[in-house]
Design a protein around this ligand. Structure first.
Ligand code: AMP
Ligand code: ZN
Length: 486
């Protein structure tokens, strides 16, 4: 069986991955807080851990992997969005407005992440559907002396868990010195964090032994992962920004409530995404949602390829240049992968992914495999002519394995190639216009040939006349509507 190695944040080492039960490999990824569209940075963990999910399914079998990713649908930002709508005069109740906002955002999330080619996780629990499990876990923590109630709040007693800080390598005293904690009069210790907080009549709330209130964010993941994956599971993943305090707090809650379990054995963290070398921010004008880019005409598959060009453990930079290159490459790959059934992936690609999810290396291997496929095509063209290479069994089986290798990274999926079908139609149109132009020139109909040339320029097609004939490419300002009105 393939050996997978993963860099475990918990030990800071690359380790051989050994699942607790190879018949049920369990992965938990912290999901989005559903108050707004996912931004380009939010798409990165979705795509990189989707590749992990695909690799685990490949190695252990699709039916032997359980992937849970939650929706945080109770949160102060969600409440604020709903309250703003109410303040703007919406007559509906706050509950209705919150439900509408979270349902709508979950719908967007699905559409946008589907467009990036991410498989849906096995389970996508909504926090509000697991409040009972959270209350039970909090009661258990209080009974075990790890939590206490003050003024309607329940707080986790950080000093009661000796290993607190081990994941991020910080001591409790460093953290206090760093003052990244909220001081509140009702806390025994400034480090203690909220498990439950009171809700006034204006806010969503659930009845609990501590009055009407709502859960803190960290307890959601601890309770849902326990309910759906158990007290010990294999991999917990998320962005590096969640390592402290979110993951540190999840560990403290889960290990104290379920000392019989190990919680997560392997921790994976993706680094952050930047845009053109800068932190993405609304004030810099470089803040994009995934939907913005899709609407601007970047195919989801192209966005995916750009994510996968950088190892998940390194900061990545989104640039237009990378997107352009990815598009060019995918256009060629799609053209020559043909309409074959995907075959077994090449071992070089499986090995690259098994080496700590090295997607960058896997893409390099795919390029080598594609070059071999093109060499085979040229050989076959010489042997059997320009038309027949594509129907040869040897070409088709090599293309099938190339396709199967791409699919392991979620590239060249069925249903994601719409953009390239449209491009193929546009290419055909351009080729046909160039033939028309050549014929017009030959017939000395310069009015027609100039009209075609000008039309192509206006449509943003870059044409270069060479001794071998006209060469062309789509310019950055390509406009399909203008192309079809020539
Ligand atoms: P949030 O909804 O803000 O909790 O974020 C959802 C996921 O996106 C988390 O796993 C974050 O770590 C991740 N994330 C947020 N910003 C970025 C970024 N700029 N680059 C990569 N991942 C990010
Ligand atoms: Zn979480």
């Amino acid at each position: 069986m393939t050996t997978i190695r993963l860099t475990n944040t918990r030990t800071r080492r690359k380790e051989v991955f050994t699942p607790i039960d190879p018949k049920n490999v369990r992965l938990y990824v912290c999901g989005p807080t559903v108050y707004d569209r996912a931004h380009l940075g939010n798409g990165r963990p979705v795509v990189v851990f989707d590749v992990l999910f695909r690799l685990l399914r490949h190695v252990y079998g699709p039916e032997h992997v359980t992937y849970v990713r939650n929706f945080t649908d109770v949160d102060d930002k969600i409440n604020a969005a709903a309250q703003a709508r109410k303040a703007a005069g919406d007559p509906r109740s706050l509950e209705e407005l919150i439900r509408e906002r979270t349902d709508e955002t979950i719908g967007w999330y699905h559409t946008d992440m589907d467009a990036l080619g991410a498989l849906r996780p096995t389970k996508e629990p909504r926090a509000t559907e697991w409040i009972g499990a959270m209350i039970a876990m909090i009661e258990d923590l209080i009974a075990k002396g790890h939590a206490y109630e003050r003024e309607g709040h329940v707080l986790f007693r950080v000093r009661s868990y000796k290993e607190y800080g081990a994941l991020s390598g910080r001591s409790v005293d460093d953290m206090i010195a760093g003052a990244r904690v909220e001081v509140a009069p009702f806390k025994e210790d400034p480090m203690d964090f909220v498990l439950w907080k009171p809700s006034d009549a204006e806010l969503p709330g659930w009845d609990s032994p501590w009055g009407r209130g709502r859960p803190g964010w960290h307890i959601e993941c601890s309770a849902m992962s326990h309910e759906l994956l158990g007290a010990s599971f294999d991999i917990h993943a998320g962005g590096i920004d969640l390592q402290f305090p979110h993951h540190e707090n999840e560990i403290a809650q889960s290990r104290c409530a379920h000392p019989e379990g190990s919680f997560a054995n392997y921790w994976l963290h993706n680094e952050m995404l930047q845009v053109e070398g800068k932190k993405m921010s609304k004030s810099l004008g470089n803040f994009f949602t995934v939907r913005d880019l899709l609407d601007q005409g970047y195919p989801g598959e192209v966005i995916r390829m750009v994510y996968l060009g950088t190892h998940y453990g390194k900061p990545m930079d989104w640039t237009d240049d990378k997107a352009r290159q990815a598009k060019q490459e995918l256009r060629r790959w799609r053209k020559y992968a043909l309409d074959v059934e995907a075959g077994e992936p090449h071992p070089e690609v499986v090995d690259a992914l098994s080496d700590d999810l090295n997607t960058h290396q896997a893409l390099t291997e795919l390029r080598v495999i594609f070059t071999r496929l093109m060499t085979l095509k040229v050989d076959l063209e010489q042997q059997c002519g320009a038309v027949h290479w594509a129907s040869r069994d040897d070409y088709r089986s090599a293309a099938a394995r190339f396709l199967g290798s791409c699919r392991l990274l979620g590239l060249l999926q069925d249903g994601m190639g719409h953009w390239s079908d449209i491009e193929a139609q546009n290419s055909e149109r351009i080729e046909q216009l160039l033939l028309e132009r050549a014929a017009a020139r030959k017939a000395r109909d310069f009015a027609r040939s100039d009209a075609v040339r000008d039309g192509l320029v206006a449509a943003g097609v870059v044409v270069k006349d060479t001794p071998q004939g006209a060469e062309w490419e789509f310019g950055t300002d390509f406009d399909a509507a203008k192309l079809w009105s020539i």
